[in-house]
Design a protein around this ligand. Structure first.
Ligand code: OX2
Length: 822
């Protein structure tokens, strides 16, 4: 069906009328956003119903992507892109005197995730729908998502993110699918007339889980899948006139439980805090999702033994791992299957993705907490563990060491990763290097015992959001040169290679980069009050703030460059704009102090007449999906400088590459594969290898004091952390950062992320960056080749690999052409 512009305009005006009793002229920008969104939702819902009807008819296998986090970002622009209606709608609105960009800017960023892990989940949903696979994302409808970051006096301040304040137009409440979730109490058992033991949870508290559905629009294929996020409500269990004190107490408690459980996303990335409420959140959304998956299956099937033929659960890290035990519980307690039957189905249904080897991220729940909160689930985990330990003993008779290292329950703790590995049929890492480290180091014992479960799935990103929507100038240019197949087939970008040496193409390409830099410079002027030169090199590090990601090394290097400029004011120096964006977990002291350091250094350097604008340092406040799109489009240099072996994959690295930035990075995570695709000549690689880092770690670390003593540039920079150069009012302010590098009492704890070890090599790579940028044509060529070679890093490729190796779904093609697309 063709887009009917007049009809669309009429719908928008009518929506403004019926929603707000206003005319377009009287409406606020937020009201216009709502009216436009409802007009689009109208179309989306038609496609949504058609998709679900076709799914009912064809009965395809369904993937449930279980994740505590979905970092969706704004939906309006993305939906228009995937409906292939963006330009038409922009035109229609323009005729009404409305700017689509401003309308998009009214949407809150749904930020129900921390960083890479949550954004990966969002990219996967986009690809699943685009590739015609039936899928649900299952998660939590947090009242407050990732906090909004404000910078006050250089410090991060966390402000609640009330994303639902104005009502979110793209969600749909589905009370008909509500589920009860039980916590606490005890388990009683009895033997029934058939001789079976029946288990009953008693004395529990429960909450009502109510789903909200969000449409996930596939690109140009009419498919609309569902992100199902669960809200909590108190169960109605007592009458207000009850004088029973126990009932009243319980009712109040249940109400509090319901209120608290979905209140807020824990703002920790790559870090396990062990909070009771977090475990409640995990079981809450998993129990509801698993119950609904089984109910849905049973609505159209009779034989649960074939459940895994129609259902796959993908566990996004260990956070949803109680799904293993919950599925066992539902199959046995609610559907009378035996242990062995339930176990076979469970193992064939579940699969686990590991996203990190950082030990502080490993989830290990104290038995006391776990069994008190989830008594029946704990019983089941105990039995899974008992049987697994028997298997270990059979395979390695007399080897206590193996049991100590591999048991699911050990030392008073429930180890979620072990449960996920044992209770599923697949374990995957998220980049080749990461999977190798899992197999050879972190999960070595499991790999030895069950090598057939292990596989790699290198991460990817959706080009629909991160090129087509984020960078319309480049997207159009690419389409003009090689056609638009890349939108659903990213490797088609390789056709751009023939333009790499074409001077006209190079110039056009760099001109687009320049315009995107102007767009970002304007944003920086408006938000930071800093004037940056779009002709300078835009050198960008945007990602969560974490010590292993080494933002500290970046800013220390800037301090070093500043020293050089002060010593040699007339030196040859190509102007550079260093751009940072990062949120720190609210309780992560060194991370927050690093933000303060970046801002303090920025203050000094940006205002020093000797520097004369040759270095600018900018910290972009509240880094999130919406401003990320502008930042990637404008970057020349992509800083991917984690300590080798620590960044499982990284996905920002791919977004930069796709937008023509050159990677400055270590051989870590997916950087390895990026360099493999684009060639070492078109990237700047430095630092210790993963193998070297692991060697050092296994043999007691290294001594950063040696470097401190022998290198005066480094010594000078480090002394500036504690002599008040950047904090004259409080010279001790940055002492904890200094200590993290040189903690003299305990050398094993000093510089655990090898910043000093890699510093010189990093500085040298930075010199290569400068030299390369001066050679304009060669830089243009390299940048263009980065785009041309980004084909591998589409989440479409990743999803097809999950399909081939793990999920084995069939595609569903809709019979009729979708609405609003050509
Ligand atoms: C992140 C990893 O740190 C990052 O390297 C990876 O690209 C991303 O997940 C997606 O796979 N929490 N966040 C991550 O791991 C954990 C745990």
């Amino acid at each position: 069906m063709k887009f009917d512009k007049e009809l669309f305009k009429g719908t928008v005006l009518n929506n403004i009328k019926t929603l707000y009793r206003r005319t377009l002229e009287e409406a606020t920008e937020q009201q216009i956003f709502q009216a436009v969104s409802y007009a689009i939702k109208d179309v989306v819902v038609d496609n949504w119903m058609a998709t679900q009807k076709e799914y009912e008819k064809k009965d395809p296998k369904i993937v449930y992507y279980m994740s505590m986090e979905f970092l969706m970002g704004r939906a309006l622009g993305n939906n228009l892109i995937n409906l292939r209606a963006y330009k038409e709608v922009a035109e229609a609105l323009d005729e009404l005197g409305v700017d689509l960009n401003l309308v998009e800017d009214q949407e809150p960023d749904p930020a129900l995730g921390n960083g890479g892990l949550g954004r990966l989940a969002a990219c996967f949903l986009d690809s699943l729908a685009t590739l015609n696979y039936a899928a649900y994302g299952c998660g939590i409808r947090y009242r407050y998502g990732m906090f909004r970051q404000e910078i006050r006096d250089g410090y991060q301040v966390e402000v609640p993110d009330n994303w639902l304040a104005d009502g979110y137009p793209f969600e749909l409440r589905r009370p008909e699918y509500a589920k009860e979730v039980k916590f606490g109490g005890w388990v009683s058992s009895y033997v029934d007339e058939n001789g079976r033991t029946i288990f009953k949870q008693e004395g529990y508290q429960s909450v009502q889980a109510v789903p909200y559905d969000m449409p996930i629009v596939g690109y140009g294929n009419g498919i609309v899948n569902t992100l199902r996020i669960w809200d909590a409500q108190p169960v109605e269990c007592f009458s207000l006139d009850s004088f029973d004190k126990g009932d009243y107490q319980k009712a109040v408690e249940q109400e509090n439980l319901a209120r608290n459980i979905v209140e807020v996303l824990y703002p920790n990335d790559n870090h396990y805090a062990g909070k009771e409420l977090r475990l409640k959140q995990q079981y809450f959304f998993i129990s509801a999702s698993v119950q609904e998956a089984v109910d849905k299956y049973m609505r159209t099937h009779t034989d649960l033994h074939k459940f895994h033929e129609k259902v796959a659960f993908q566990l996004n890290d260990t956070h949803p791992t109680v799904a293993v035990a919950e599925l066992m519980r539902v199959l046995m307690d609610d559907h009378d299957l035996s242990w062995d039957e339930a176990w076979e189905i469970t193992c064939k249904t579940c699969a686990y993705t590991n996203h990190t080897i950082m030990s502080e991220a490993l989830e290990k729940w104290p038995i006391e907490l776990f069994s008190r909160l989830l008594p029946r689930i704990y019983q089941i985990v105990e039995e899974i563990n008992r049987r697994f330990v028997l298997r270990i003993q059979q395979m390695y008779p007399g080897n206590q060491e193996k049991i100590r290292k591999m048991a699911i329950i050990y030392d008073g703790q429930v180890k979620m990763a072990h449960l996920a590995i044992v209770g599923g049929h697949s374990v995957n890492g998220v980049a080749r290097l990461h999977t190798e480290i899992l197999e050879k180091q972190e999960l070595r014992d499991f790999y030895e015992m069950m090598p057939e479960k292990f596989n790699n799935k290198t991460n990817g990103i959706t080009q629909r959001r991160f090129l087509l929507h984020a960078n319309p100038l480049l997207a159009d240019w690419v389409t003009d040169h090689v056609g638009d197949e890349w939108i659903t087939d990213l490797p088609a970008l390789s056709r751009l290679r023939i333009y790499a040496d074409d001077e006209k193409a190079q110039q056009e390409f760099m001109n687009i980069k320049y315009q995107n830099k102007v767009r970002l410079a304007k944003y920086i002027r408006e938000h930071n009050g800093i004037e940056v030169d779009p002709r300078s090199i835009f050198d960008v590090q945007v990602k969560r703030l974490h010590e292993y990601k080494r933002q500290l090394m970046n800013i220390l290097h800037i301090m070093y460059l500043y020293n050089e400029l002060k010593d040699h004011p007339d030196m040859d120096f190509y102007p550079r704009t260093f751009i940072f964006g990062a949120k720190a977990a609210a309780g992560y002291r060194n991370a927050k102090l690093t933000i303060k350091l970046i801002n303090s250094v920025a203050d000094v350097i940006n205002n020093d007449p000797v520097v004369d604008g040759r270095i600018k340092v900018v910290f972009i406040e509240n880094y999130r999906v919406s401003n990320a799109e502008w930042i990637f489009a404008a970057a020349d240099v992509s800083e991917q400088i984690s300590t080798a072996s620590k960044e499982a994959s990284g996905t920002g690295n791919m977004k930069f590459m796709l937008n023509g930035a050159l990677t400055l990075g270590t051989m870590d995570g997916a950087n390895v594969e990026i360099v493999e695709e684009v060639g070492k000549k078109n990237a700047f690689i430095f630092g210790l290898s993963a193998e070297q880092v692991i060697q050092y770690e296994n043999y007691g670390g290294y001594n950063p004091m040696d470097i401190f003593n022998n290198d005066q540039d480094i010594r000078r920079v480090l002394m500036q952390l504690i002599n008040g150069t950047y904090s004259p009012q409080d010279p001790e302010l940055f002492r904890p950062l200094y200590n993290s590098l040189l903690n003299t009492q305990d050398t094993a704890k000093a510089d655990t992320y090898f910043i000093l070890a890699d510093f010189k090599s990093y500085a040298e790579a930075q010199r290569r960056v400068e030299a390369a940028y001066k050679d304009e044509k060669n830089w243009a060529k390299s940048a263009l080749l980065n785009v041309a070679c980004a084909g591998k890093f589409s989440s479409d490729r990743t999803i097809e690999e999950y399909e081939r190796d793990i999920w084995h779904q069939e595609k569903v093609i809709l019979p009729s052409k979708p609405e609003l697309s050509k």
